[in-house]
Design a protein. Structure first.
Lengths: 343, 166, 122
């Protein structure tokens, strides 16, 4: 009898001990508190920027979101060519500086982004041209007035040569009266910087949507993010494809939101640096890749090409998948795009 | 005699805590659907209710909730209040049905499970202001039947096999 | 398990069935909240599931933004900006849809229970 009681007590102890060991082991493995969602909605770079992060630490999350806003704000100010800010030599300053035949000292971040933009001129066959500021300004003027189109001579006169932008010493620039425009680069580039900042600070679960530039990290749940791509034809803003991925950038260039009509023809805001006119290949192009800056550049480049040329173009890049929505309403996907489609 | 009972209840309390913690390790036992869990700790509560008294079961039950609360969620958190109310409602209903009906241990266990779920739903309606939980009610009620049966059968086996020794 | 147990189980199942039948007659009222932000700040919450037809006004950076709800949908009726993109957009009703008034820095989002799509790009 006594023996049996002893046995049972030992058994109970064993259960207790094993349970405790499992519990402590598991607890240490998952030493995460509950994660909550933190969101920030900001307006910079002429767009609406939505940032969502997951963290188990409220103070840290808010601090990080404020720093993210600061990054966007600073890049916005550096790449703004219409406004000046105190103490910053930004694009506006460069544009209006009378002595711009001499080297001017600029912020290293601005230097880097100009260098990055300039490096794409050759790689994109001239389609990414940051020296197009004056041409784009002319188009903007016509678009705002919604009246008439500029003639080719006017545009040709405004066209600059990218080689006139000369960089030196990691922080000096001589822009020789070139009006630099980083509109097709800044959003994707800054979003990439923000993504790197978040990962460096151990925020791996995030979603950023900066006006057509989506960057996602890990998902909050054990699934993937779903990103809807808006149908360019739909008045009710329907979605024509849903992309699903983690740790990827999804970037869309579309001509259907910012455009104006003149004599029955639509003129959108993406201008081909070779013809100095908008192209009519695409309604929208969406690029899925792991680099948000690359995605932004590729989506603009591919927007200015036919599907066939685009397919050839992306052969040079790994891990880049594209869906084209052409002007005659065809949807074409690159070879590997299927893996991102949400069923 | 008192010491023996004291030690016995302490041991049972410890086991119920461990069962509760183990249960929380497995997401499919707890948490996939809000308000639904097997309730392994209820085995011990039923055991005490049938071999000792209602008051003893109440002590064990409340102490279990407090200690698990301390270990996992912190005292007086929302989860803690949920489990406390769930535990008390389920124990009260089990004691009541044990007295007034001729249900077997399995039946009593089902009652405990059902009222535990009911307590969770009432809690979320009142505390979380989530009226939509009411749509879960029939579903959770149905799920309580198998979980109640499982817990009941384990409790009955435990009581039958340890009748002479503990 | 004895006879009483089976009666109990049977009884519970009956109660469940009755509940399910009753609930089928009550229309499911899915909460759908439109949240209106100005500069990252929540300024207005509208319960769209009430299907009220109402008008609201919030402050934007460039003046008043007039918002209209109708049949569980929401739109911006009037606002002051150059292109009037957001008042041209019309009604939205799905949880993934947003109205963004860039010049006014006003954003309208719809929050509901189910969210199939995390974000939308255009």
């Amino acid at each position: 009898m006594q023996n049996k009681i002893n046995k049972i007590i030992w058994f109970l102890f064993l259960v207790l001990l094993i349970g405790l060991i499992i519990y402590i082991g598991y607890d240490n493995l998952n030493k995460k508190k509950r994660e909550n969602e933190y969101v920030k909605k900001i307006f910079y770079m002429d767009t609406y920027i939505y940032i969502k992060i997951y963290s188990n630490n409220k103070d840290k999350a808010n601090k990080i979101l404020n720093n993210v806003e600061k990054i966007y704000k600073e890049y916005h100010e550096l790449t703004d060519k219409y406004n000046s800010y105190e103490g910053i030599n930004n694009l506006y300053y460069l544009k209006n500086n009378k002595n711009n035949k001499e080297y001017i000292e600029i912020d290293k971040r601005l230097y880097e982004i100009i260098k990055y933009g300039k490096s794409w001129y050759k790689k994109s066959g001239g389609l990414i041209d940051i020296s197009m500021g004056d041409v784009l300004d002319i188009w903007k003027k016509y678009r705002d007035n919604k009246n008439g189109i500029p003639n080719y001579e006017e545009l040709q006169k405004a066209k600059n040569n990218i080689e006139n932008i000369v960089l030196k010493d990691e922080n000096k620039i001589k822009n020789n009266h070139v009006n630099i425009d980083l509109g097709s680069i800044a959003k994707g580039y800054t979003t990439k910087i923000v993504g790197e900042y978040l990962k460096k600070n151990n925020i791996n679960k995030f979603l950023i949507n900066a006006g057509g530039n989506v960057l996602v990290g890990d998902n909050f749940k054990n699934k993937k993010y779903t990103i809807g791509i808006e149908d360019p034809n739909s008045k009710t803003k329907d979605i024509f494809k849903i992309v699903t991925c983690n740790n990827m950038a999804v970037v869309t260039s579309g001509g259907y939101e910012r455009y104006y009509e003149y004599e029955g023809k639509k003129y959108h805001h993406i201008i081909d640096p070779n013809t100095l006119f908008p192209t009519n290949y695409m309604k929208s192009v969406t690029v899925v890749t792991d680099d948000s800056a690359l995605g932004d550049i590729l989506s603009t480049t591919l927007f200015l090409m036919s599907v066939e040329d685009g397919k050839k173009f992306i052969e040079n890049y790994d891990n880049v998948e594209v869906i084209w929505y052409t002007n005659d309403d065809k949807q074409v996907m690159s070879k590997g795009f299927k893996k991102y489609i949400y069923e | 005699m008192e010491t023996k009972k004291f030690i016995r209840l302490s041991m049972l309390l410890a086991i119920s805590i461990i069962l509760n913690l183990i249960e929380n390790l497995f997401p499919f036992l707890n948490g996939t659907i809000p308000g639904v869990k097997i309730g392994l700790a209820n085995i011990i509560i039923i055991y005490v209710l049938f071999t000792n008294s209602f008051m003893d079961a109440l002590y064990v039950s409340i102490l279990r909730v407090i200690i698990v609360g301390l270990l996992r969620t912190g005292l007086f958190s929302i989860t803690f209040i949920f489990s406390l109310i769930g535990a008390i409602i389920s124990l009260l209903s089990m004691a009541l049905f044990k007295k007034i009906t001729k249900l077997s241990i399995v039946g009593i266990s089902i009652i405990g499970s059902v009222f535990h779920s009911l307590g969770q739903i009432i809690c979320s309606i009142i505390l979380l202001n989530n009226i939509h939980m009411i749509y879960y009610f029939p579903f959770i009620l149905l799920v309580s039947i198998p979980t109640g049966i499982v817990v009941g059968i384990i409790s009955k086996t435990l009581i039958d096999n340890t009748k002479d020794i503990l | 398990m004895n006879k009483n147990d089976f009666k109990l189980i049977f009884g519970i199942i009956i109660i469940c069935l009755i509940f399910i039948i009753i609930m089928n007659f009550i229309p499911k009222n899915q909460a759908k909240i439109a949240k209106i932000y100005h500069n990252n700040e929540l300024v207005l919450k509208i319960d769209l599931s009430l299907k009220e037809n109402k008008k609201y006004v919030v402050d934007g950076d460039k003046g008043k933004v007039k918002i209209v709800t109708k049949n569980g949908k929401i739109k911006v009726e009037e606002e002051n900006s150059d292109l009037h993109l957001c008042s041209k957009q019309g009604y939205i009703e799905n949880t993934y849809e947003t109205i963004i008034c860039l010049p006014n820095k006003v954003v309208i989002e719809i929050e509901g229970k189910k969210k199939d799509i995390d974000t939308v790009i255009k």
